[in-house]
Design a protein around this ligand. Structure first.
Ligand code: SER
Length: 873
């Protein structure tokens, strides 16, 4: 038994001996051919040599080429896992002649290698040729002597090989191995040839033509040879197994998967799929492909996702795929050092992709299961396939794979229809763009039908994720903040002082909470957050305005019009609106008016507005040309921009204004109007704030509660509160007076006691003392008392209140020429971290360091003595 590595080497050695140059495998991404998705055969790197566009130093070559057959021409993805012989990734052993030898040598070499080098019994081999290729048929039958019973001629479908839609091609001859009658399948060319009994192992292509994009064939400069033999298929033959997945290259991988999943059922399609896919995914990443949503990256993503889904079937719910990189490297790292080197990167990319897909896989599978359970026919709806693709990231071949397991097919036409419908919507949405930063570019107009109705059905025309720097998206998911644009809406967008509506958008898949509605040109933008599920472009949604905000806002807006008219009637026509804000809680109205407004006038205004409310005037709107409105004397606001057509809003005969806002049906709906504040905010501009309806009632109630609790605290009836307060004020004044008297008495007593402590220095009485807890007033009074008692004196008193030092110094008039109260107070203050000042006879200071006070006071007599002796000299 030969290992795959030995077979690879034997092959290359054999052709080397036949003067072939051993050329290493090229990358899976063809560097010389933009028409080709992946390297799908050994000849790809020699394409230009066949076409005569490139010459090499050799005319014969041999290689073991890594190949990919997924996506594009030669796509085997769907068959992987279900046959013994298909792979997305495999190695192709080949020998090539660039205008050197042709059919005869190619056939002789192949036969010699198989029957002599590898010693395969000729009676297990079967040969096919292209039906018109008599030359090849003759060589096989007459020269090589192949048994005519093991020989068939096939049509172009089987025996004319092309690398792609364009490029080199030619008739071919294939060699099959017969795995024996125990395996189902007919001989090549028979109806049953797709079975696994006769396996094609080697294809000899007699390269003769170049196919152009119209399908026209022109001869190559020189007839050439390109052969390809699948290493895995040959290894199966040489290792005496029928199934490719039983050869050495796969055995360890399959063991690794069964160890991870605990599933041991050999022949399980999922095991094969995963073992195949880890090879292709790893090598695609090694060769520079990254999972993405288009081109090669999408093929990689499809293969990874298919593998993950099969893992899921085996009970692998945690990322597992990346863990197969290690056993793969053990198996193939020696033959492919680039795989060995890139293994960490491969693991990381695979793990990321697994984590990403596992978020939606379960959900998608559930939806698909439900759909299958309710299916009456045998085809899964295109809409479902599309939804799985678009929302849950299920590539369509993955859905087809699952369908196949249930004996079902998928509706590809329906899928494509849904896809093109979405493209159309995306095109329509391109009228609405995020243009970088906080900028949106929105063309068109949202139809506003929110005057009459709070609930309507709308269609999502555009979606943006984020509100500060919005980004155009096709879907918003739970938790996403964003902006929704609808074709029509019941949501009022902030304008004319009225705030934007709040509410909800309910789609079939999700709920969006709208926290604000604004206007961008004529487009209403609904700002908010997806609370549940998701919102998608094209979704039909129930747009429902929250009445709890809208109704009080309407009351406040209508009351603003009544207030405006009442102000003009009471204060005069010079009153003009300067600004307004209307929300659910209150209204704010700024207007021009010189001078104050008396309370009595304010009450008059309030009463006039409430009279209109009780009159229950009808509120009517009329759309008319702006000029007509202006001609009829309707008040337009200076600086406000109006369109050609305007909406005129009348409340009986009391008020007429141009206004686009939402209003009550009749003024009686306002219920009650209450001014809560009035003030000047700039010269000649005043502001009134008011509340209506429920809020007005609430405001009155709160005031009443406040009054009652004041009354309770004062122990008086509410209507006696004022009398009680006056009585209390009187009492306080009386107590102040008494306190004053007591302080004076206290100072007298303290002063009397302290005077005894004064010491005489140079004929002057000097006193420095501390009175615990005395305030400034007490200290001052005491100093005054002492001054009159001691007649010729220098006095400083200190106290500590709340950790701060207070100092008062006094000097009798007859001594101020020798010593100043300010100097004395500062002498002490400096020592307690403070400073002060005052008149020569009386000064005050503060200090921050009470701990130093006693010491500072003790130093006073000496300091005074020094001053006096210096001056008196
Ligand atoms: N190019 C041919 C094939 O891929 C032979 O190598 O089958």
């Amino acid at each position: 038994m030969k290992s795959s590595a030995e077979i690879r080497k034997t092959f290359l050695d054999y052709f080397c001996q036949q003067d072939h140059r051993i050329v290493s495998s090229s990358l899976l991404i063809p560097t010389n051919d933009p028409t080709l998705l992946f390297t799908n055969a050994g000849m790809v790197q020699f394409k230009d040599v066949f076409l005569g566009r490139e010459t090499r130093s050799y005319h014969r070559a041999t290689s073991a080429q890594r190949c990919m057959r997924a996506g594009g021409k030669h796509n085997d993805l769907e068959n992987v896992g279900y046959t013994a012989r298909h792979h997305t990734f495999f190695e192709m052993l080949g020998n090539f002649s660039f205008g050197d030898y042709f059919k005869r040598e190619a056939i002789y070499y192949a036969w010699e290698f198989l029957t002599e080098v590898l010693s395969l019994p000729p009676d297990r081999l079967w040969i096919t040729v292209f039906e018109d290729d008599h030359e090849a048929a003759n060589i096989w039958l007459k020269e090589v002597g192949v048994n005519p019973k093991h020989f068939s001629r096939c049509d172009a479908k089987d025996n004319f090989w092309s690398m792609g839609d364009v490029g080199p091609c030619g008739p071919c001859s294939e060699i099959f191995y017969d795995h024996g009658p125990n395996i189902a399948g007919g001989s090549p060319g028979s109806l049953d040839q797709e079975g696994d009994r006769y396996i094609e192992i080697w294809n000899l292509v007699f390269m003769q033509y170049d196919r152009d994009k119209d399908g026209h064939l022109s001869p190559l400069p020189k007839p050439s040879v390109d052969t390809g033999m699948g290493l895995e298929r040959l290894a199966a033959v040489m290792q005496g197994v029928h199934d490719n997945y039983d050869i050495d290259l796969f055995r360890k991988l399959i063991i690794a998967i069964t160890e991870l999943s605990g599933s041991h059922s050999r022949g399980n399609a999922s095991l094969r799929v995963i073992a195949d896919h880890i090879r292709s995914c790893a090598f695609l990443i090694v060769d520079g492909v990254q999972p993405s949503n288009e081109g090669r990256g999408y093929v990689l993503r499809r293969i990874i996702r298919r593998a993950i889904r099969h893992g899921h079937k085996l009970g692998l719910h945690e990322p597992f795929f990346y863990r197969l990189v290690r056993p793969l490297v053990e198996e193939m790292g020696a033959a492919y050092p680039e795989l060995f080197q890139a293994q960490e990167r491969v693991k990381q990319i695979l793990k990321q992709e697994e984590e990403r897909f596992s978020e939606t896989l379960d959900q998608g599978l559930k939806i698909l299961e439900q759909d299958i359970a309710h299916l009456s026919g045998s085809m899964i709806f295109g809409e479902t396939v599309f939804r799985l693709y678009d929302t849950f990231g299920f590539p369509i071949d993955l859905t087809a794979d699952i369908a196949r397991e249930h004996g079902l097919t998928i509706d590809i036409e329906g899928f494509e229809h849904a896809m093109s419908k979405q493209r159309e919507q995306a095109r329509a949405a391109s009228r609405f763009k995020a243009v970088g930063g906080s900028e949106l570019q929105l063309d068109g107009e949202t139809q506003f039908i929110g005057y009459e109705r709070l609930q309507i059905e709308g269609k999502v025309l555009a979606l943006f994720r984020g509100t500060d720097t919005p980004e155009t998206v096709t879907r918003l998911s739970a938790g996403d903040q964003g902006i929704v644009i609808l074709d029509q809406t019941s949501f009022y967008a902030e304008s004319g002082g009225q705030i934007g509506d709040r509410g909800t958008l309910l789609g079939s898949d999700g709920l969006f909470n709208i926290s604000d509605t604004r206007k961008h040109g004529a487009v209403h933008i609904h700002i908010g957050k997806v609370r549940l599920g998701q919102l998608q472009l094209g979704d039909s949604v129930q747009a429902e305005v929250n009445e709890e905000y809208r109704i009080p806002t309407k009351r406040n807006h209508s009351a603003t019009h009544l207030l405006h008219a009442a102000l003009r009637k009471i204060l005069g026509d010079q009153v003009l609106q300067k600004g307004s804000l209307v929300d659910a809680a209150h209204l704010r109205f700024d207007f021009s008016h010189l001078g104050a407004i008396r309370l009595e006038q304010l009450h008059q205004i309030e009463r006039l507005v409430n009279a209109q409310i009780r009159a229950n005037l009808s509120v009517e709107t009329q759309i008319m040309p702006l000029q007509q409105a202006l001609n009829s004397g309707i008040l337009a606001l200076f600086g406000e921009k109006y369109g050609e057509w305007v909406r005129v809003l009348r409340m009986g005969d009391f008020s007429t204004e141009l206004c686009g806002g939402t209003h009550v049906g009749r003024t009686g709906d306002i219920g009650l109007f209450k001014i809560i504040s009035e003030a000047g905010i700039a010269s000649g501009i005043r502001r009134i704030e008011a509340v209506t309806g429920e809020m007005a009632l609430q405001w009155i109630e709160e005031n009443e509660i406040c009054l009652r609790s004041i009354a309770t605290k004062l122990k008086a009836l509410p209507d006696k509160v004022i009398d009680r307060i006056e009585q209390l004020q009187q009492q306080t004044r009386q107590q102040e007076k008494e306190l004053q008297l007591l302080r004076a008495k206290l100072a007298n007593v303290e002063g009397g006691d302290l005077s005894a402590q004064a010491q005489e220095i140079c004929g002057v009485k000097v006193l420095a003392a501390k009175i615990e807890g005395a305030d400034v007033k007490t200290l001052r009074d005491t100093v005054d008392q002492l001054k009159s008692k001691l007649t010729t004196a220098v006095i400083i008193l200190g106290s500590v209140v709340e950790d701060k030092v207070i100092l008062i110094a006094g000097v009798t008039k007859n001594t101020i020429n020798y010593i100043k109260a300010g100097d004395l107070v500062n002498f002490v203050a400096e020592q307690v971290d403070g400073c002060g000042g005052g008149r020569p006879d009386m000064a005050q200071a503060g200090g921050k360091n009470p701990s130093k006070l006693d010491e500072a006071l003790r130093a006073v007599p000496t300091w005074v003595g020094n001053c006096l002796s210096a001056r008196k000299k």
